[in-house]
Design a protein around this ligand. Sequence first.
Ligand SMILES: [Zn+2]
Length: 403
Amino acid sequence: MQRAPFSALPSPAGTDARLGLLDLGHTRVETPQFMPVGTAATVRAQRTESLRPAGANLLLANTFHLAQQPGADVVAQLGGLRRFMGWDGGILTDSGGFQVFSLGENARVDEDGVTLKHPVTGRQSRLTPASAIAAQRALGSDIAMVLDHCVEATADWGTARDAMERTHRWAELALAARADASIGLFGIVQGACHADLREVSANTLVGLGFDGYAIGGLAVGETREEREAQTARVAACLPVDRPRYLMGVGTPLDLLEGVHRGVDLFDCILPTAMAQRGRAYTRTGRVELRRGVYSTVDSPLDAACACPVCVRYSRAYLRHLFVAREPLAWTLLGQHNLHFWLDLMRRIREALACGTFPALYAKERTWLDAPDLENPPVPPRRRNRKAKAAPDRASGADDEEQD
Ligand SMILES: [Zn+2]
């Protein structure tokens, strides 16, 4: 039985991008698609009902955090995550494997699983390949992820091989634990930035047979070039009739580049995390609302955006909310950013359907990562002349509060 059946059209010439359909029964997810991150059964500062109009139909939730609070059994008792959070779309749950990496010394891996210490409560919990599946079933997830051992993308060959082989052993145990249950299950390809390991990992997991395949262990310390090379390498090893998910990626440009290399699904906290820092992606580049230049600008954040924020509010008002530390700033900027990410995916799907993706790819990649084009950031004066030569790509406005 194939859970979460998926089909994709052949890629046009010159690209590995593909238009696909993932059927979750209650929800049909057209791919490529971006999944907003709802770690604790909420996309940070967003009301659930604002997510569908933004173009979302599949959310990512986190098993480790939800198992701690309110508890997977509590969510199960309340009818599962979809009912609990008032969400009628699909849910994919991370297994807690990423916390093995992100919790650092608070995560201890052994052959049978991982012991995690919650960074806030200090409470210890134990995750095994089987218990991760049980928790994801209790949460009512549509697609579960196997428990994996994620290491830094820059890990040496021996460390990466050990973690990869453990991930494979755990993947077999996860399949056995899922047994006949109807929940979809994705394997996770590991191997850091070592080409030979990535290929071994992809081929081994394909041999085991999953409903989809994730590319894990990227966006954790490698360069853009390394990420793109490993993504393409892994995607080439994966079957055409299973969805491919690039975990934890990324910026709009990262998404476009991932689609071009054959990826169908993405997740990232960036749209809401950037909102918390007063940052917005627009069709005229990245806008940093903390900058004084916006204090009297009466025009929308993005004149070409049809989201409810751009229709109603000015840059000056959004800047005021952010500077005054009003929580509404997170909500409104997050809502716009989610629209931007999801609208890019919609335009990508449209271009794939019309056969114009190669043209869209060539055009969009020239500006998607642009800094503020209408009000270019002024590099701060520094005594060290060398500093002028390297303006920061993503956080360049940190020093430009006053211009
Ligand atoms: Zn907008």
